[in-house]
Design a protein around this ligand. Structure first.
Ligand code: F6R
Length: 610
C-alpha cells in the first residue's frame, strides 16, 4: 500500500554517495522513521542495496566498508498503510534487479496497473512503489523502450489524483537519476562535479547551497554533468537556480540532546529575526503594499491551518480583529476542505503552515484558488508547495524546525501575524494598531522568553513532580489563554503520551469536571485582566475535587503561590510567553519517561496525506 510521508535523497557525481545519502537521510528522518534504505552503484558494475526496518541508526549499522559508490538513492519512510518492515522499505526494485526506485506519495490506481500490465508478476512487497518499478522494467524489457521513455510512459499511466516524488536508477545507466514529482516535495541540488535531489533542501545543505525547483509533472534527468528538465510533452524547461544561505549547522543539534530543546531555546532569536526582517527603524511593518491592499479590500479574513498552525491561527484571529476590525474566522484545514462554509462576499485567505506541504491545507488552497480568492501563505519553508501556490507568501525565518513537536514555528506564526495585523491596522488608520508598538513589545517578548528558557531546572522539577505519573492532565484558560491551553495540551500529549486536554476554563464544570480525580494535574493559564479572576475561580472548583493545580500567570496578575510567573508584555502577545513553559513541561515529561522527544510514536513532521 501507499507510502506517504517519506524523505528522499539522491546523488550522482564525484562524491562518496554512501556518506552523503546517510547524512541526508539523517536530516530527513523527521519526515519518517520506521524504515530506511539505500541503493548505491560504483559505476563499474558493482552495486549494493541495504534496507532496514526501524531508525536510520539500524541502517547505518548494517553498512560495511566495501559498500561504496558515486551514485545512489536513499529513503526514510513513515508508513500509514502496510507493515514498516525491510521488504516494504525503499528502494523497491524490479524482479531482474535492474531498476531501483524510491518514492514518496500514493499511487491511487496501482491495483489497476498491476492487473492490467503485471498480472503474471509475483510481487514481494505490499507497496504501490514496487508496481511502478516493475512496470518500468516491463516496458523496457518486454516492449524494448529506453528507460526515459518507459519512465514517462508509466508517469502517464499513473492517475492524476496520485501523489509522488520518484527517483529511479537503472543499472545500465548508473550515473543517471530519473526524477519526477506530483504534489510531493522534491528539489534539485546543483553542485560542482555532482548533482543531487532531495525532498528538502536541508538534506543537501552540507554539499551545496544552490537549488533548482521541480514543478509537478516534469521529468528531470540528473547526471554528474548537468540537469535537464522537460515537461511531459518533451519540451525542455529553463529553470534558474536559487541560493539558500542557511548554514548546514542550523539543522544540527549541536550540544543539545534533542532538537526540540534547541528549538525552544531559539525562540528569543527568532523573535529578533522577525523584528529585523519585517519592521523598520521606527517600528512600522515593512510589508508588500499589494498584500496590504488586497487584505484591506476583504470583508472577512479566513485563517486556515492544521494542528499547531491552527492553534497559532486562533491567536492570529484575535489579533486581526482587534487591530484591524476585519471579522476573522479560523478553520481546521481538514474540516474546511470538505465542508466549505457560506462565504462572505470578499474573503481573503491566510494559510498557516510551518512546512508549507500539509496536504489538508493544500486541498483548501487549491479549492479557494479555483474560486478566484486571494491567498497568503505564512510558512517557514521558502519555495514550499503552499508558498508557491498562494498569491502572497510571508516567511517565518525561524530556521529549520526538525523536532516533530512544533515550537518556534508556532511562536513565529503568532509574532508574524501580530506584525501583519499591525501593518494592516495602520494602513486602515485604526487607532489601536497605531498605538500598538509591536517592535518594542517583541523586544520585551524576546527578553521574557529568555528568562523562561533560563528557568529550565524549575520546569524540569515541576514536570517530574506533577506530570510523570498521571494519565490525564488539563490546561485551562479563557480567550487567548484557552487558545494557548489547546496548544499546550497538544504538546504534552504528542511527546509524553499523557492524555491532555485544553479547555475553556468556564466550560469544565459543564461536564468534563467529572474526569477530575485525586491528583489530576490542571494547569491554569492566566494572562488577561478581564478573565484572570474567573479562571482562578474555575481552578478553585477543581482543587476541591482533588486536582493538583498549577498556574502560569503574568506578573501583574500573579499571586504568591503561582507556579510560573511570566514577565509582563502587552495582553495581545502573552501567548508568546505562556506557551514556552508548556513546551518545556512537555519536553521534560517526555524526557523523564525516557521517550524519544523528537520522534514521538505514530507521528511524522510533515503530513502530506489527507
Ligand atoms: C504539532 C505539529 C502539527 C503541525 C501540523 C501542521 O506539534 O507540529 O500539529 O502543526 O501537522 O503542519 P504544518 O504547520 O507544517 O502545516
Amino acid at each position: 500500500m501507499g507510502i506517504e510521508m517519506c524523505g528522499i535523497v539522491g546523488i550522482t557525481g564525484t562524491k562518496q554517495a554512501v556518506s552523503v545519502l546517510i547524512n541526508g537521510l539523517e536530516r530527513l528522518e523527521y519526515r519518517g522513521y520506521d524504515s530506511a534504505g539505500i541503493y548505491v552503484n560504483d559505476q563499474t558494475g558493482q552495486d549494493y542495496l541495504v534496507k532496514r526496518a526501524g531508525r536510520i541508526a539500524n541502517l547505518k549499522s548494517a553498512l560495511t566498508p566495501e559498500i561504496q559508490g558515486s551514485a545512489g538513492i536513499g529513503h526514510t519512510r513513515w508508513a500509514t498503510h502496510g507493515v514498516p518492515n525491510e521488504i516494504n522499505a525503499h528502494p523497491q526494485y524490479s524482479a531482474d534487479e535492474r531498476f531501483y526506485l524510491v518514492h514518496n506519495g500514493v499511487i491511487e490506481n496501482f491495483e489497476q496497473l498491476k492487473q492490467e500490465y503485471l498480472a503474471d508478476v509475483k510481487f514481494q512487497s505490499q507497496t504501490d512503489t514496487e508496481v511502478v518499478v516493475q512496470l518500468i522494467d516491463r516496458f523496457v524489457v518486454d516492449y524494448e523502450m529506453d528507460t526515459k521513455s518507459a519512465f514517462l510512459k508509466v508517469l502517464h499511466l499513473i492517475s492524476d489524483d496520485s501523489s509522488y516524488a520518484f527517483v529511479l536508477m537503472d543499472r545500465q545507466t548508473p550515473d543517471t537519476l530519473y526524477v519526477s514529482k506530483n504534489k510531493s516535495p522534491l528539489l534539485v541540488g546543483v553542485g560542482d562535479g555532482f548533482n543531487m535531489v532531495a525532498s528538502d533542501a536541508v538534506a543537501m545543505l552540507k554539499e551545496t547551497h544552490n537549488f533548482m525547483e521541480i514543478e509537478d509533472r516534469e521529468v528531470v534527468i540528473v547526471k554528474p554533468s548537468g540537469v535537464v528538465i522537460r515537461d511531459f510533452d518533451g519540451n525542455e524547461m529553463k529553470r534558474d537556480t536559487f541560493r539558500v544561505d542557511m548554514d548546514a549547522s542550523a539543522a544540527d543539534k549541536g550540544t543539545y540532546p534533542f532538537y526540540m530543546l534547541k528549538e525552544v531555546d531559539e525562540q528569543p532569536v527568532v523573535m529578533r529575526k522577525l523584528v529585523q526582517e519585517y519592521l523598520d527603524t521606527d517600528g512600522s511593518p515593512v510589508i508588500e503594499p499589494e498584500l496590504l491592499s488586497r487584505m484591506q479590500q476583504a470583508d472577512k479574513l479566513y485563517v486556515v491551518g492544521a494542528g499547531t498552525s491552527y492553534h497559532a491561527g486562533l491567536i492570529g484571529a484575535r489579533l486581526f480583529e482587534r487591530l484591524t476590525g476585519i471579522p476573522t474566522q479560523v478553520f481546521i484545514s481538514s474540516e474546511f476542505a470538505y465542508e466549505q462554509p457560506i462565504m462572505s462576499k470578499k474573503p481573503f485567505f491566510i494559510f498557516l503552515t510551518q512546512s508549507g506541504e500539509t496536504a489538508d491545507s493544500r486541498e483548501v488552497l487549491v479549492n479557494v484558488k479555483k474560486q478566484g480568492w486571494p491567498t497568503l501563505t505564512i510558512t517557514n519553508v521558502p519555495k514550499s508547495t503552499l508558498s508557491r501556490e498562494a498569491t502572497f507568501t510571508l516567511l517565518l525565518h525561524a530556521g529549520p524546525e526538525i523536532a516533530v513537536a512544533s515550537t518556534k514555528a508556532y511562536t513565529a506564526q503568532v509574532a508574524l501575524q501580530a506584525i501583519l495585523a499591525k501593518g494592516l491596522g495602520m494602513a486602515m488608520r485604526k487607532q489601536l494598531a497605531i498605538d500598538f508598538d509591536v517592535k518594542q513589545q517583541l523586544g520585551l517578548v524576546a527578553v521574557g522568553m529568555q528568562a523562561i528558557v533560563d528557568s529550565k531546572d524549575q520546569l524540569e522539577s515541576v514536570a517530574a513532580r506533577y506530570l510523570a505519573q498521571p494519565r490525564n492532565a488539563f490546561y485551562i484558560g479563557r480567550g487567548i489563554d484557552w487558545s494557548v491551553a489547546l496548544e499546550s495540551a497538544l504538546k504534552l500529549k504528542e511527546i509524553s503520551y499523557v492524555q491532555a486536554e485544553g479547555f475553556a476554563s468556564g466550560e469544565l464544570k459543564h461536564g468534563t469536571i467529572a474526569l477530575i480525580e485525586d491528583k489530576t494535574p490542571v494547569i491554569g493559564i492566566i494572562t488577561q485582566d478581564r478573565t484572570a479572576g474567573l479562571t482562578r475561580s474555575n481552578l478553585q472548583e477543581v482543587v476541591s475535587r482533588g486536582a493538583s493545580v498549577l498556574t502560569i500567570a503574568s506578573k501583574h496578575l500573579a499571586q504568591p503561590d503561582d507556579t510560573i510567573v511570566l514577565p509582563d508584555v502587552d495582553e495581545l502577545l502573552t501567548p508568546l510567553l505562556s506557551v514556552v513553559p508548556a513546551q518545556l513541561l512537555a519536553y521534560y515529561t517526555s524526557l523523564g519517561k525516557g521517550l524519544d522527544v523528537d520522534k514521538p510514536r505514530n507521528l511524522a513532521k510533515s503530513v502530506t496525506v489527507q
